[in-house]
Each structure stands twice: as structure tokens, then as C-alpha cells.
Ligand binder design. Structure first.
Ligand SMILES: Nc1ncnc2c1ncn2[C@@H]1O[C@H](COP(=O)(O)OP(=O)(O)OP(=O)(O)O)[C@@H](O)[C@H]1O
Ligand SMILES: [Mg+2]
Length: 785
């Protein structure tokens, strides 16, 4: 966008629209807009809703409109309030504006709801009842605060999990409800309301506000201080909101306060202009209280005559767009839109079926390397996934290939708190003198070892000049006894783990440390448990890749090529430490972008990979029972597809390590919902020993009704692999999916068979001993009827 050279004189706040000079449509600011976009950008000051599909230029219209309003002198920089969905989007909008106008946009009110509320509260902290120095609690800090509160109130986790209370408080705030607004229907709710009240007192005393409070407090500030409200109503002549479909009830109420007055239950706009842009097909935050109904309310309450539609997509090539349109037509609850593109068809979407999540990651990385060789810049390549836990396999493969990458939104796998806790236990098994790890988990999960006891221990260890673990007997009283018990617990774990394969050792530690039980007790612990299970999978994959003996005990030393001995556990811990090191690309460095589909909203890339397209994963199994769940998943898939400009790859894996065991998957129904002539099925890059019948337990995550036959019905022939010839062992054919018996490990199920002749081996999940690889030439496996 060319810069404007005109010297601009800004009017005072609330400038007079009638005096605005018109810009010719040839003006550099407006050049290139299509007629509908131009109309939206230059709309006279009144409320408007732009309702349009992905890539149709909604964000561009919003940004250009701000520039146009400023350039025509209709408003000064202080008179615009613009709300974006992420900080990244706010930064991008500011960058674009500075490129368009010779203007210092620093002081402009452009940001996320949270950012803008924060600014409002800083400016009016006294009216909001906050100290000038108030601090923000992030989600983790908030949880610690809630825990402290529960402890002080003598309520243990069994009675009320801290996470449950945290979610209760946050949901109440999202709905604009204070404790006195809530009605206790049962004793448990009464307790939560009481604690919500005490939590508020604690935060107030300590001068801290959580994210929900930022929003609610600034809403109340505007609601309860009429002069202040009127000041901002006069000041912000233009209010613009991106991604309007994902606003929640409180955010909409907040906007209404700035845009008018409610009298006798009726909303009376106050003369400023609100422009909301959104796409109902991209509403993907219902689970966090977003309310697509805000759109209908907006149309009604702000007297919108007809939403502005934009139908030309500028982002994607024909095949990508056709796929998106085709998919979303399977949703019933739609306001209805279509998109067209003038770009050519481009290449069809490439769909790839892979044997496992490991192979999927390998394949994606190979393809990325090819794209890089073809000259696609790394930051123009995005790998998307439905759940954070999926990033681990991808990160591992990228790291190994030396491809710089960046993970957006969400910590990288080995940096996640629950994974760090588990690693701390493993480190203590490997080295009992690792004091950092000791401190990390001495009271996690909580086992009644207080801060004072830990201080005494540190003091005693300092005086005796020994490690913390060695000083526990020096601390007296109940605290000392609890410390001694903790160290004894570690010793037992170490003993129990001595003969186990690494993955089994990790699993034992997760169980025996109480970590799994702890997160199971948390209302929102599911994702953490998924990550912990993923750690078991990581340990398993690590042993395979590093070539430690198939059944080598995790803690026993193995000589490596240089004759140095190192245990699989120690090697794995080194690997984890390295992986969490700084090989992640620094900001600004050319890097492939990894993120969840949720985090990709509003963004675009030349090449996009959508991975893990399996039933139960995407659509996520939880969505199948939730109201509107499947339609929300489909909108999420629509968001994912529409991120791509040129190339789109869709991958799915037949098996995936999930919750510590391998699960068999069938392809996502979304693949069936794409137009066949826009898809190109690639034959898998490597030979596969797959295609065998699906074991019944592999379907457990799905309702039986949702399971389609494993014969891959509806897929083109290339996708259905011919079963490889069964491998013969001890006279009996061992096939994938078969139930087998091993004299030492007992009963199990064959997850995979690979290799031939003397090299043939099977991956078997034993009911008691977990997954193991066995060489078929020597293992005495027999099929069970
Ligand atoms: N008139 C136009 N001419 C050329 N390119 C355009 C035009 N309008 C928009 N674009 C480009 O199309 C792409 C998509 O635009 P934009 O991101 O504004 O779409 P969007 O509707 O906000 O998409 P999403 O729903 O994904 O947020 C951007 O690269 C933008 O610069
Ligand atoms: Mg956008």
C-alpha cells in the first residue's frame, strides 16, 4: 500500500463528518478495493455489520476504513477504538496503518478486549477501586491464588478442586456475574459462591486482577460512572470490531455501553458508529462463552438494515476455496454465504494417509523441506493441529531435520508445566541430588509439605553441605516425617522402575508420583493428562529411534558406540533438556509456524498442513456429545482450510499413541465432506504393513454409531492399502490386530507388524506390560482364538 503524502490536519476529537473531504476512489488508500469493499470502507458514519466469509478482506476493510476516516479528517487518532482478537492482529493493524499514513499511531486505542480494558483501568484506577500499581494475574498465577485461598479456608482438593473453583469464577465473570448475583442451588454451589467472594477480597487486598476481572471491572467502571461513560461515548466516534462472531456476552455488553444508553430496557445508540465484521462460519470459541447470537442482537439493537456482504475471496486458489465451501455446506446452522475467487484453480489438495503419527511427522517435514527448496519462505509454511499434544511428534521431526520452527500459542511440549513436573520426578530417579527437581515436586502433587518445612530443609542442607534429599532426616517434627516419606517414595519408585522398559518406567512414575491422579481430579485436567500420556509415547519413540535394545530396562546402562554407558532414562532426559533448549527459532528468524487451528484464526500462509485428520481427534471425540459440537468442529475445519493461499496438505495417521497406548484410527469424516475432484490422494511414501482388520478396542473413543468400517468406505482406491502378506512366526501367521499370547508378557494385541523374514518384528500391546516390540524370529508369540 503506497504511503499518503498529503499533510493531514487532525480535527479535534469528535470531528465533524459533514466537513470531511471526499477521497477519489483512485486515491492510493482506496485503490484495488472491489465495489463492496469500497462501499464498506467509505460508509457514512453509521452502524454496520460486515458479514463475509474467510479471506474476503474483512480485516483489510476494517484497517482501510480506519485509515480512510483519519485521512478524510472525519476523526482524529484519539477518536477511534478498534478491537482485534489477538495482540498479534493488533500489531499487524498498527503496522499496516503506519504504512498507509504519515501518522504516529502509538497512542491509538487498537488492541484486544483485555488490552483495552487494561488501559481503561490504568487510566481510571481510582474510580475502578484499584490501586495505581495493580498487577495482572495470568492463568497460572490465578490458579496459585485460588489454591492458597482454598488452603486458608480449610477446603481440600477432594471437596473442591482448585481448577473447578477457578473455572467457576471465570465463567461467572464472563457472564458479568458477581458473587451476590449468583443463587446457590445446592450446598456445593453455595461453597463455590462463598469462596468466589473470598477470592475477590483476597485479590482486592493484594491489588491484583485476573483476566476476567479486567473485562468485568472495566464494564462496571463504565456502567457505574455516567460522566466517564459519556466522555468515552463522545470520544470514540468510531468503534470497529474484528472477529465479532467470537465475542462473549460481557464483551458485547461492554461495547453497548460505549455506543449508547439502555433506557427502559431499550438500547438507544448515542451517535457514534460501530462497525462489526465477522463470519458466523468461523465461530469457534463457543466453549469459552462466545455467542454467535451477538450478531443477531447487534442487527436488531443497532438497527442494521442489511449486513454488508463480501463474496470475493482474495486469499486462496480455487481448489482450496471449493473445498472450504463444500465442507461448510454440511452445517445446518448458517446465515449462508458463498465465496468465489478469480485466482486460478491452483493445485488440488494433497491428502496423505500414513501408518503412524511418527510417520506423519516425518512426511510433513520431508514435504516442508521440498517447499523450502522450491523457495517458499519458512514463515509462509504453517502446520496446524487440533490439540496441543500433537505438536510433540512434529517438533521432534523438525528438530531432527534441523528445520527452524516456532510454536504459537501454547508452550512447547517439554516446557509445559505438567511435563516439567513429570521430568523432575524422572530426574530425581536418575539423580537423587538434583535439588531443583526436588524443590519442584517436593510438594507437587500437594502432600502437606509447607513452605516453612522446605525452608528448614534448605537451611539444614546448607549447614550439612549436602543435597536436600540427604538432609530430610535433619528436619524434625511432622514436616520432617513428611519429607522422609517423600524421599522413601522416590526410592520405591526407583526400585520398581529398575527392570522396566523406559516407557513403562515413565508410566510407573506418572502413577506412583500421584501426578495422573492429581490431574484427573482437576476439572480441566484432561489436556494435561493427554500431555503426560504423550510423554510416555515420547519415551517409547525415543527408545525405538535411538536403538536401545527393544526390551532394555529404562534405568539400566547400555554401552553406546563409544563404549560409554548411559541408561535410556539418562539419554531421554538429555534429549528432553535439549529439546526445550533454544533451538526454537527466535522471534523474527525465518521459521516454520506450528499452531493449533484455534490460534490460526485470521492468519494466512502460502502452504498449510492440516494434520491428524482422524475421527476422534478432528472432529474431537468430546465434540460428538456436546450440543452443536460437531458443527463447531466443522467450522474449525473451515478455518483451517481457509488459511491456505496456494497449497494445502491434509494428513491422517492410522495409528497414534494416545493416552499411553496405540490407538487405531479411521480417517476424519471431514475428508469425506470435501469435493473429490479437488483432492489428490498421494500413495504413501513408504511401504506399509497395514490395512488389517481394526481391533474393536481401537474404536473405544467413539460411539459405536460413529464408527465406519475400517475398509475406508468412500475413499478413492489409492487410500485403501492392500494388506501386506502376514509375517509368519513359529509357524503361525501374526497379523496386525490379532490377539496373541506371550509366555512372559501374557495376552496382548498386535499393533503393527513390520519387516520381513529374520527382520520381522511386531509391536504388541500387552494387557499387563504395555507396548513392546518383539522380534518374531525369536519371540514365542502365539495367536489366541
Ligand atoms: N481488493 C483486494 N485486492 C487484493 N487483495 C485483497 C483485496 N482484499 C483483500 N485482499 C487480500 O486478501 C487476503 C485476505 O484478506 P483479509 O485477511 O482481510 O480477509 P478476512 O476476511 O479478514 O479473512 P479471515 O476471515 O480469515 O479473517 C489478504 O492478503 C488481503 O490483503
Ligand atoms: Mg480477518
Amino acid at each position: 500500500m503506497p504511503r499518503m503524502n498529503d499533510a493531514l490536519a487532525w480535527p479535534q476529537e469528535g470531528g465533524d463528518a459533514r466537513a470531511a473531504p471526499a477521497l477519489s476512489p483512485d486515491h492510493p488508500l482506496l485503490r484495488g478495493l472491489n465495489p463492496e469493499q469500497l462501499a464498506a470502507v467509505t460508509l457514512p458514519p453509521r452502524h454496520a455489520l460486515v458479514l463475509a466469509g474467510a479471506g474476503s478482506g474483512k480485516t483489510r476493510v476494517l484497517t482501510t476504513r480506519i485509515a480512510w476516516l483519519l485521512a478524510t479528517g472525519q476523526v482524529g487518532p484519539g477518536g477511534v477504538l478498534a478491537v482485534t482478537f489477538t495482540n498479534k492482529a493488533a500489531r499487524e493493524m498498527l503496522t499496516r496503518l503506519t504504512a498507509m499514513l504519515p501518522l504516529n499511531v502509538r497512542g491509538m486505542w487498537i488492541g484486544t478486549f483485555h488490552g483495552l480494558c487494561h488501559r481503561l483501568l490504568r487510566a481510571h484506577h481510582a474510580s475502578a477501586g484499584l490501586p495505581a500499581t495493580f498487577q495482572i494475574l495470568d492463568t497460572q498465577d490465578q490458579l496459585s491464588a485460588v489454591k492458597r485461598l482454598l488452603k486458608a479456608a480449610g477446603v481440600d482438593e477432594e471437596r473442591l478442586a482448585s481448577k473447578e473453583l477457578q473455572a467457576f469464577i471465570n465463567h461467572a465473570k464472563e457472564d458479568g456475574l458477581r458473587p451476590h448475583d449468583l443463587v446457590p442451588r445446592d450446598p456445593h454451589t453455595r461453597l463455590k459462591i462463598e469462596l468466589y467472594q473470598r477470592y475477590e477480597e483476597q485479590c482486592q487486598r493484594e491489588g491484583v486482577v485476573d483476566f476476567g476481572e479486567l473485562m468485568l471491572r472495566s464494564y462496571e467502571l463504565l456502567r457505574d460512572h455516567r460522566p466517564l461513560r459519556e466522555h468515552y461515548q463522545r470520544r470514540f466516534r468510531h468503534i470497529l470490531i474484528d472477529e465479532f462472531q467470537d465475542t462473549n456476552r460481557l464483551q458485547y455488553a461492554w461495547l453497548k455501553l460505549l455506543a449508547g444508553e439502555v433506557e427502559d430496557g431499550r438500547f438507544l445508540p448515542c451517535g457514534n458508529a460501530v462497525m462489526a465484521v465477522g463470519d458466523d462460519d468461523q465461530s469457534i470459541y463457543a466453549f469459552r462463552g462466545a455467542r454467535v447470537g451477538n450478531m443477531a442482537d447487534f442487527v436488531r439493537e443497532f438497527g442494521i438494515e442489511a449486513p454488508i456482504k463480501l463474496e470475493q475471496n482474495y486469499r486462496s486458489v480455487g481448489h482450496v476455496l471449493r473445498a472450504a465451501n463444500h465442507l461448510i455446506e454440511h452445517n445446518r446452522q448458517r446465515l449462508g454465504k458463498r465465496l468465489r475467487t478469480e485466482r486460478g484453480d491452483g493445485e488440488p489438495l494433497r491428502v496423505v494417509e500414513l501408518a503412524s503419527d511418527f510417520e506423519e511427522a516425518q512426511w510433513v517435514v520431508e514435504e516442508i523441506r521440498q517447499l523450502l527448496r522450491d523457495g517458499v519462505p519458512a514463515h509462509e509454511i504453517a502446520v496446524l493441529y487440533r490439540s496441543n499434544a500433537q505438536s510433540r511428534a512434529l517438533e521432534g521431526a523438525l528438530f531432527q531435520a534441523g528445520v527452524p520452527y516456532r510454536v504459537w500459542g501454547g508452550l512447547r511440549f517439554f516446557e509445559r508445566a505438567e511435563v516439567k513436573h513429570a521430568l523432575a520426578y524422572l530426574r530425581l530417579l536418575d539423580n537423587p541430588r538434583d535439588d531443583t527437581s526436588f524443590l519442584r515436586v517436593v510438594n507437587f502433587p500437594p502432600r502437606g509439605i509447607g513452605a516453612r518445612t522446605v525452608e528448614q530443609l534448605q537451611q539444614a542442607a546448607r549447614e550439612a553441605g549436602c543435597a536436600l534429599a540427604d538432609a530430610v532426616t535433619l528436619v524434625g517434627g511432622r514436616g520432617g516425617a513428611a519429607l522422609t516419606a517423600f524421599v522413601a517414595q522416590l526410592d520405591v519408585m526407583r526400585e520398581r522402575g529398575a527392570g522396566l522398559a523406559l516407557a513403562d518406567l515413565v508410566r510407573t512414575v506418572l502413577d506412583d508420583s500421584g501426578l495422573l491422579a492429581h490431574y484427573r481430579g482437576e476439572r480441566d485436567g484432561a489436556e494435561r493428562i493427554e500431555n503426560l500420556e504423550e510423554l510416555v509415547a515420547a519415551a517409547h519413540a525415543f527408545v525405538q529411534q535411538e536403538g536401545f535394545g527393544r526390551d532394555a530396562p529404562g534405568a539400566a546402562p547400555v554401552a553406546d558406540a563409544d563404549g560409554e554407558t548411559t541408561s535410556p532414562l539418562a539419554a531421554f532426559l538429555t534429549h528432553a533438556a535439549l529439546e526445550s533448549g533454544d533451538h526454537q527459532a527466535q522471534a523474527g528468524q525465518e521459521a516454520v509456524q506450528l499452531m493449533t487451528v484455534h490460534a490460526a484464526k485470521g492468519l494466512e500462509f502460502d502452504a498449510v498442513f492440516i494434520t491428524g485428520l482422524e475421527e476422534g481427534l478432528f472432529p474431537h471425540e468430546n465434540s460428538l456429545t456436546a450440543h452443536d459440537g460437531l458443527e463447531e468442529e466443522r467450522r474449525l475445519m473451515y478455518v483451517a482450510i481457509t488459511r491456505a493461499r496456494q497449497r494445502l496438505y491434509l494428513t491422517w495417521a492410522q495409528t497414534r499413541m494416545f493416552h499411553g497406548s496405540t490407538r487405531y484410527h479411521i480417517p476424519s469424516r471431514f475428508l469425506d465432506e470435501l469435493p473429490a475432484d479437488s483432492l489428490q490422494w498421494l500413495s504413501p511414501p513408504r511401504g506399509r504393513g497395514w490395512g488389517a482388520p481394526q481391533p474393536a478396542w481401537g474404536r473405544s473413543a467413539l460411539g459405536q454409531d460413529d464408527v465406519r468400517p475400517a475398509g475406508l468406505a468412500g475413499l478413492p482406491p489409492a487410500a485403501a492399502a492392500a494388506p501386506q502378506a502376514p509375517v509368519s512366526a513359529a509357524g503361525a501367521a501374526i497379523r496386525t490386530g490379532m490377539a496373541v499370547f506371550h509366555p512372559k508378557f501374557g495376552e496382548g494385541q498386535v499393533l503393527a507388524v513390520e519387516g520381513r523374514g529374520a527382520d520381522a518384528r511386531a509391536h504388541v500391546h500387552f494387557r499387563r506390560h504395555g507396548p513392546k516390540w518383539l522380534a518374531l524370529a525369536v519371540a514365542r508369540l502365539t495367536p489366541v482364538e
